[in-house]
Structure formats: C-alpha cells, structure tokens
Design a protein around this ligand. Structure first.
Ligand code: HEC
Ligand code: HEC
Length: 465
C-alpha cells in the first residue's frame, strides 16, 4: 500500500524553485511557466460547514444513527484551504501530481486505472473513491483497513522517516510560504499565517470530511421525492437479500464506531467476497487471522468508479455481478454460497439498475469540491498567443469572454467542454477573442479549450447562478 506514502512524500522532496523576489508579477509568471496558476476562490468561502445528516439516513438501521453532531466542527475556511492543498500540483516534486490525480471528482474521487501512476511506479492497489469518509466509516482506512482515523492516515506519509526528513518538510513549508496564496489561506483558516504540517493535515481533513453524497436517486426515493422503476425495485430487493449482509444498502461496510480494530476482527466474515489474490494479503498486514480480507467498499456512485475491487480486476459492473453469480468456488467465509448466487440474466439487469440509482450527479460536479486552479493542462511549448488567453469573469453567470493577444494572427478556435471531456459548445469569435453566454448552463465546473496551430491550452471556468 505504501505507495501512497511515497506519493505523498513528494510533498516534501520538491526543489525550491521560486526566487526570493518580492516582485509578485515575477512570481506569478514563474507559476505560469510551471504550469500552475493561483487558485480562483470565492470572495466568501463556500458553505462546507452547513452539512446536515439527512433524516432518511439517521432513521435507517445501518446508517449514522442518531449522532447528528458529526459535522459540527467543520470550518468553511479550513475546508477551503484543504481544497487548494488537495488540487495543488505545485506541492509535488515534479509539480505534476496532486491528490486529485488519483482522486478525480467526476469519478467520485476515484480514477480510471486498475493501478494509478505514482511518482516512480504504479500504486499497489486501486485508488478508492472518497466520499462520506467523515461520517460513515471513520474507522478503517485503506483497502486493508489498517488505519483508524482520517487525519492520522493523511499524516502517515509525513511521519515516515524513510520518506520525509525534517529537511524535506522544511523545503515544502518554505515553498508554500512563498506562494501568493497560502499565507493568506492559513491566516483565514487558523487566524495565523504560519504554515505547519499539523495544519496541512487538519485542513485536508476538513475538506475530505465535507465530501458527502446525499442526493442520488436512491436518496430521493428514500425521501419519497421520486419512484423506482419495477426493474430498480426488483434490484433493490435482490440487493437486500443477497448483498446487504455486507454492503448495507450502498453504505460502507462497518457501523460500529468504537474499539478499532477489534470491531473489524469480530466481523471478519464480511470482509471477503471470495476472490483470490496471491499477491496481496490485505488485512493480513496487521492480523494473521485477517489474511486475505479487504474493506467492504461503499457502493455509492459505483457506476463511476470502475475498474472495481482492490486490484481493479473487473472493468464493468456486469463483470462484478457475474463474479458473485457464477464465479465463486468453495465459499470460505460462508455468507456467499459456494458456486455463487446463480442469478438469471434478468436478475443481473435488475441488480445493475439498482446500483445505478446510487449515482449522485451533484456530488460529481459540485463546485466547492472542484479544482480551484484555473489552468491545469497545457501541452504547448509556451505559445505566446495561448498563454496570453484570459477567461473572465470567472466564476461567471452570464456573458463570458475569452480574450488573448493574437500577435501572429493565426486562426484560433475555442470549445467549452464538460469536465469529462464532452464538447458543450463551440464558441463564436468576437474581435479579439470569444464570447459565450453561460447563464443557461447547469452550475458547475467547465473547461475552455483554446487551440491554434501550435497546440492547445485548457482553462477552468466556473458557472454559477
Ligand atoms: C498516485 C495516486 C494517489 C495519490 C496522488 C493520492 N492517493 Fe489517496 N489513495 C491512493 C490509493 C492507491 C489508495 C489505496 C491505498 C491502499 O488501500 O493501500 C488511496 C487511499 C486514500 C484514502 C483512504 C480511503 C479509504 O476509503 O480507505 C484517502 C482518504 C486518500 N487516499 C486521500 C488522499 C489525499 C488527501 C491525497 C493527497 C494528499 C491522496 N490521497 C493522494 C492513491 C493516491
Ligand atoms: C460477504 C460480504 C459481501 C457480500 C455478500 C457482497 N459483497 Fe460486494 N464486496 C465485498 C468486499 C469485501 C469487497 C471488496 C473486495 C476486494 O476488493 O478485495 C466488495 C466489492 C464489491 C464491489 C466493488 C466496489 C469497488 O469500489 O471496487 C461491488 C460493485 C460489489 N461488491 C457489489 C456487490 C453486490 C452487487 C453484491 C450482491 C450480489 C455483493 N457485492 C455482495 C463484500 C461483499
């Protein structure tokens, strides 16, 4: 697992590349050359703290129970800082990687590969999605459930002496001190602009704890705001009688919030879906008895998080269902029957239809969890025309302009795209750029792709109401 520590440790091995110049224009030009720009943040922080555990979850037997105070300590300013840290590639050694490289919002903060590309090699396990971590399962992090507290887990790479020496940590901190934005963000969050490891962990914790998904079709159905099709209803029943022993209706696998890790060991049998992996002992890393066992993942947004399982072995949900139905050998733990459930094709369709009701589009597009950096991709050799491009106002709720200095009068084109790469609009030109009216578009994050013969540049655009 510990690739992630390695990955995180790159926070601390970066070379200080900014000069001591106090000329802020110089500094921001350097950012631009490094492929980074300052984050664009709202005047007043987005609302992270106002989360309420919805009634339909409180009242369900396996959900959060009656503890409704779990979000009380969230701070808007600390979460805002956490958001910037989560997306900031500047912090990594080669300035090409952030938490969001492997945890992408439009995929419910998972990614598309079985294993993710890290700094030197691929991760040993599939990048898990991140949602509801603060309330539904603040007891067992990583696929092998080896860590019991979110902030502790975020701290791991930073505490590891083999990876992070004090020198490296200092390098990271002084690099952050020299940005235009961190001192101010730390000041806002902690009434003190000093940057420290504790605060970095704490702020990332606030951000991740704020990521809750309460608005899937399943939630709407629970709130009686919508109805299920027959297929979805049948799927729900099948799920309840077969899968819920372990998956608890789409929620993570463990409810008991105390006595970690004893409560896990007492419930051993739910941590195997009878797959075999010769290369990974899973929770065997901390208990001989738990060998070969893995966390029961949440199935919320499961449509978006493939490939599936700790090693990304299944591409599609249908392959997962086929595994449970037809590919189980002799059941070792007894919950799933030997030989599998033997679903009919129709039952497989129904199960799949039910799982698709767990997708929460708002979670995948919500601006407060999105990338605040406006310019993240550029494969151009610093073409002057493209680099001069500006998108404003940003955020926008109406006419939006894309201007640039077209020195060499080459033809330039621009597209407005959704974050998953679909073209929403081809933009029309005005005299020194493009203009488009975004007032009718769904609120969220978009990409403006600007192209000329030299290459392209992508700029983020936030559409708000
Ligand atoms: C190179 C890819 C990569 C990067 C970068 C990365 N992660 Fe992860 N993350 C992973 C993988 C892989 C796992 C699963 C590790 C395991 O279970 O052994 C993971 C696990 C996690 C978990 C545990 C989730 C759970 O349900 O158990 C959290 C939380 C997390 N990462 C947050 C972060 C944060 C915060 C950052 C940035 C500081 C980050 N990750 C950067 C790949 C990455
Ligand atoms: C005995 C407990 C158990 C039962 C019953 C069970 N699962 Fe699982 N499920 C798990 C575990 C454990 C994993 C993670 C396994 C791993 O990666 O090693 C998992 C993983 C999954 C995943 C992949 C999640 C991801 O993020 O990669 C899906 C989808 C899934 N199960 C669906 C189902 C469905 C549908 C059923 C009922 C037909 C079901 N499960 C029944 C324990 C169970």
């Amino acid at each position: 697992m510990r690739k992630i520590y390695l990955v995180l440790s790159l926070f601390c091995c970066a070379i200080l590349f900014l000069s001591n110049s106090s000329d802020s224009k110089f500094v921001s030009n350097l950012f631009l050359l490094g492929g980074e720009s300052d984050p664009v943040l709202p005047e007043e922080a987005y609302d992270y703290a106002g989360i309420k555990l919805p009634e339909h979850l409180i009242t369900r037997p396996y959900y959060g129970g009656t503890d409704t105070t779990i979000f009380d300590n969230l701070s808007n300013d600390a979460a805002t800082l956490g958001r910037v840290l989560f997306y900031d590639e500047l912090l990594s050694a080669n300035e090409n990687l952030s938490c969001a490289t492997c945890h992408q919002q439009h995929l419910s903060f998972a990614d598309e590969s079985p294993f993710s590309e890290g700094v030197n090699e691929d991760t040993k396990r599939n990048s898990p999605q991140l949602n509801d971590l603060g309330w539904s399962n603040d007891v067992a992090f990583f696929w092998d459930m080896s860590h019991g507290k979110l902030e502790e887990m975020i701290a791991l790479p930073l505490e590891n002496p083999n990876e992070i020496g004090v020198t490296n940590l200092n390098t990271l901190l002084s690099k952050m001190e020299q940005t235009n934005y961190y001192p101010e963000l730390f000041e806002k969050a902690y009434s003190n602009s000093e940057i420290s490891l504790d605060k970095i962990q704490n702020a990332l914790g606030h951000f991740i704890r704020s990521m809750v998904t309460f608005d899937s079709k399943w939630d709407q159905f629970q709130r009686t705001e919508t109805s299920f099709t027959t297929e979805e209803s049948n799927g729900m029943l099948l799920f309840a009688s077969n899968c819920e022993n372990c998956h608890f209706e789409g929620r993570r696998g463990l409810t008991i919030q105390s006595e970690y890790p004893n409560n896990i060991e007492q419930n051993k049998e739910i941590f195997s879906n009878e797959m075999i992996d010769e290369n990974d002992i899973g929770a065997g890393s901390w208990s001989e008895e738990m060998k070969g066992l893995f966390k029961v993942p949440t199935l919320r947004n499961i449509e978006k998080t493939g490939p599936y399982m700790h090693d990304g072995r299944f591409e599609t949900l249908r392959e997962v269902i086929d595994h449970y139905s037809d590919d189980i050998g002799v059941s070792k733990w007894g919950i799933i029957p030997s030989g599998g459930y033997g679903f009919t094709e129709q039952e497989k369709d129904e199960l799949e239809a039910f799982m698709l009701t767990l997708t929460d589009e708002s979670f995948l597009t919500e601006v407060r969890w999105s990338d605040p950096f406006t310019q993240t991709v550029s494969n151009v050799e610093l073409d002057e025309v493209l680099l001069s491009a500006e998108v404003f106002p940003n955020p926008s709720n109406g006419l939006t302009y894309i201007n640039f200095e077209n020195i060499n009068q080459r033809q330039v084109m621009a597209y407005l795209m959704s974050m998953d790469g679909k073209i929403v609009r081809k933009l029309s030109t005005h005299k020194n750029g493009f203009v488009t009216d975004v007032s009718q578009l769904p609120v969220g994050m978009y990409m403006v792709k600007i192209m000329n013969g030299e290459g392209f540049i992508d700029k983020k655009l936030i559409v708000q109401k």
